[in-house]
Design a protein around this ligand. Sequence first.
Ligand code: T1G
Length: 660
Amino acid sequence: MSETTAFSATVSAATRDGVLVVTIDNAPVNATSADVRNGLEKALARAESSTDVNGVVITGAGKTFIGGADIKEFGKPAMEPTLPAVIQKIEDLSKPVVAALNGAALGGGLEVALACHYRITSPAAQVGLPEVKLGIVPGAGGTQRLPRLIGIPAALDLITSGRSVKAEEALSLGIVDEIGEGDLVGTAVSIAGKFAGKPLRRTGELTVPVVDPTEIEKASAKIRAKARGQKAPAEAVRLVTSSARPLAEGLTDERATFLMLRDSREAAALRHVFFAEREASKVDGLEGIAPRPVGRIGICGLGLMGSGIAVAALGAGYTVIGLDQTPDVAEKGHERIVGLLERNLASGRLDQAGFDAQKARLSVTALDSDLAFCDLIIEAVFDDLDVKIDLFRRLDRVIRPDAVLATNTSYLNPDEIAAATAHPERVLGLHFFSPAHVMRLVEVVRCARTAPDVLATGLSAAKKLRKLPIVTGVTEGFIGNRIFSAYRREAEFLLEDGALPHEIDAALEEYGFPMGLFAVYDMAGLEIAWARRKRQAASRDPSARYVEIADTLCEAGRMGQKSGRGWYAYPDGKRIIDPEVTIIIEAARAKKGIVPRHFSRDEILKRLLEAMAMEGDALLAQGIAARPGDIDLVMINGYGFPSHKGGPMFARIEPPQSDT
Ligand code: T1G
């Protein structure tokens, strides 16, 4: 190996057996910053002009090949050379260029690899074009070169879903040519040497395999329908399905589309979400605090929520001991959990070995003492304060002093639960969202006396459960339900003022919510909120505006979809507008002397978004939420707020589009 030459601060190279090995070292993910692009361009020029170089290998330092273009550069003036320009130089080089994928090759990283003449990957590497998740399309050849390698159908799937694929699938699709074990760079060097002087397979010169247009149109229609108003997937469909045209033409169209989308509001929102997710894990006061080790998790209460948490814990590799009131009830819990594992097996999410291993790590009991060796206990019992306090007091007597106790309560005050235990510093909240084995969001509740390492333990366990943990302070409903209550309240004000449930729901669905508020309300059932309102009635501020419409519906037995009637009617299960509800709403308006008026979708949205954002402001002012991005992440991941709108705090910067 010759001595190393630095072509820029982040790109260096050394010659090995006549092959220039170029290494990108741009922590933390080798993003193709301006400095990386400069260094690559200089290294390629050196390879082209040097008579003692007959091939090139490009690889990354650390655990990533290239994590993509540098998202932090977006919005700043583009600096030469652009990534497409560097990539074209790779493809046009007269000598063989081999990509040695030492780790993730994503976005621009995979586009660099696609322009190489051969791709060898480590077994652990993943490849993908996740740009649509950022509201953009691949902007450096991905929509044109990938179809040339793997065909339009497979390219459509990967580019419009943004999903990554592991090495095996990448090989079978034809994205990579080889999986290399051991000295990946050494193997790549010998491959480059073998190709020296021989004709090179340039991806851009391949022809796109012909496909059945009806099959493509069917796939495209499905993608557009799923995009729910997002622009990027539809643009990706257009670019990939037209990739059979001359490469230069396709690349020009792709670049223009990428630049247009990159500067869009939708892309700014998704970048905000991307960085907010990474910010959320940086919690004040936890720098340098190590979480307690967790291997065994006890779960108390094996109903819908508890069994979902158990499945998530088993999937993350934990040993799970489920506790319920009697052996029979515990056994039913066991059946419920195994039933969920069987669904994962049937759907292919789990193979047989994985199913057997997870089932073997599960046990259930009715004896508190069987939780004695657990490191973390999560209770998901009936949401009643006395029940939870009694359970935690019993557990205090049997579990280790360093075991962490977590309550899954949605509305009770975890400080009251903690105060009733012998060691309140080991108590925190882990508020999962149902179904707990599917929903990513977990609100990690920092109680008044939660010890820092206990909070760190909750965060670390939630991450291992592949959840998105967001820290919240103690308040009724924490972050999500506080915001949800505020926007539900505003929606009911709108009903009194003149709007109807289906008009409000239509405005929310057009904005990007999967379901409108009143439809969700009916699906969840009206009784829980009604019980809470009755509990709060005595202490309610008499001067505050109160809408009785929901109470009237409940008093009429309209409890939602389950009872066949709620905000809507459900004859044979299909949701329809119910004139009876309109009459109830009109009576409520008349009782208060309100003269109703029409509300446009834009006005409805503005009022609901502002109600959410104002509640968010209050959560920030009270120190319940640490940053606006945390609030956005809770509403996106727990309440269906469209991610391409960025969340209620981000969205308030821009009023909703004009009413159609
Ligand atoms: N640009 C800038 N910073 C990035 C980045 C990127 N592409 N990816 C990650 N970071 C930062 C991140 O903010 C965090 O910063 C740190 O790196 C570690 O990230 C032309 C235009 C690569 C799988 O969408 O999926 O290419 O918090 O915690 O868990 O067509 O990062 O430490 O200050 O996620 O090891 C397409 C995005 C870009 C991939 C590593 N690429 N990144 O996961 O680390 S657009 C992506 C990831 C593009 C081209 C287009 C992951 C990872 P901080 P991390 P990780």
